[in-house]
Design a protein around this ligand. Sequence first.
Ligand code: ZN
Length: 476
Amino acid sequence: MSDFDTIIKNGLIITAADRYVADIGIKEGRIAALGQALGNAAEIIDADGLWVMPGGIDAHCHLDQPLGDGAVMADDFHSGTRSAACGGTTTVIPFAAQQKGQSLRAAVDDYHRRSEGKAFIDYAFHMIVTDPTETVLKEELPALIEEGYSSFKIYMTYDDLKLNDREILKVLALARREGAMVMVHAENADCIAYLTELLEACGKTAPVYHGEAHSTIAEREATHRAISLAELIDVPVLIVHVSGPEAIEQIRWAQSRGLRVYGETCPQYLMLTATDLDQEGFEGAKCVCSPPPRDEAAQQAVWQALESGVFQVFSSDHAPFRYEDPKGKKLHGETACFKHIPNGIPGLETRLPILFSEGVIKERIDATRFVALTATNPAKIYGLYPRKGTIAIGSDADLTLWDSRARTTVRNAELHHDVDYTPYEGLELTGRPVLTLCRGQVVSRDGRLAGEPGFGQFLECGKPQPARPRGEAKGF
Ligand SMILES: [Zn+2]
């Protein structure tokens, strides 16, 4: 009889804290031993020359989310988690979204039906709270948080999603009372509506004007307001998908004052700029997302904030809409005003390879920070640690083996999502995940799928347990 189900031998293990060469013994889906000469196993994986990191946690992605406007997301739990697995991710946290007027419980139940039996990797749910009624605040949310849905997103923009300041305060107070993590989409809705009206009035309706309507000032103002409201209630808050220096400055300011304000950014703010929205015909629609990509100076600021610890989380914000599709980007045709283009870009599968190549290989961030941003911090912030997000005895054997020298070119034809484009087509990358295991089972190998739908399990999240934000040159 074998000591272990699997032993991964001689890999360079990298966690958020350490790097060392050791063998990993896996038994019943968990890491059972770390060491040398561990004994025998049913399967031996030779990881000599490879980096072994915790499987990625994509803590911000949208899959099969019901939308009110006739648009349909291209990826469900099947294609979305398939794509994530092939990109080295082993856990996703998409959103069970409440429609205004709907019960939050009903939204969560519906989302379980949508995910049941489809996932290749493990998943938890955030919620989206759009209608904080008395019932939601007093009954549904406290019960749901207790049951393992311990984080939710609120919006300060989009007419069908946004909360006003009073509602935000109520929701933050609830989060403080029940110990939940609140994620905030911070953009000033009235600024955007005002600018949109002006642009439309002079015929500026092409996709490129989406970037002008979603001004950095509108993002900065809402970020500051979200921080202030959270300070008033004295509750941690996480600002999602931060696009540039204006909002970063607000977060850094809050952190320097000792506030528990966390920040997240995404690949689009490192790799794209406003000029990607300015393409022939309607092509720019492919890169319409909110907040929009900014300029090169903003990219530099985002890199700097990743390196210095202003950001704790790096997510994809995968929001999949097909380009050639009347239910996707062309919902209102090719001449539609930018305000009618479904917002979002795909990125589940390219998230880790992009940060690995552009960040670690180009020495903008070190490998331990890569692990912190893509796995360990999200696990801590959303109550999945230490089951997920690290390599430790007792943790799930969620592991991604990287060949740090392999060179690849991003081709949509080789990705596993159901979107008909990637904004990163032709991008050349160094380093790629060559083997990904979720609870000890191989889910992808050499960029190809190796798992089974339905293997992925739903995860109940515990209470968030984030480290205090480090900010600029401040210790934890
Ligand atoms: Zn958002």
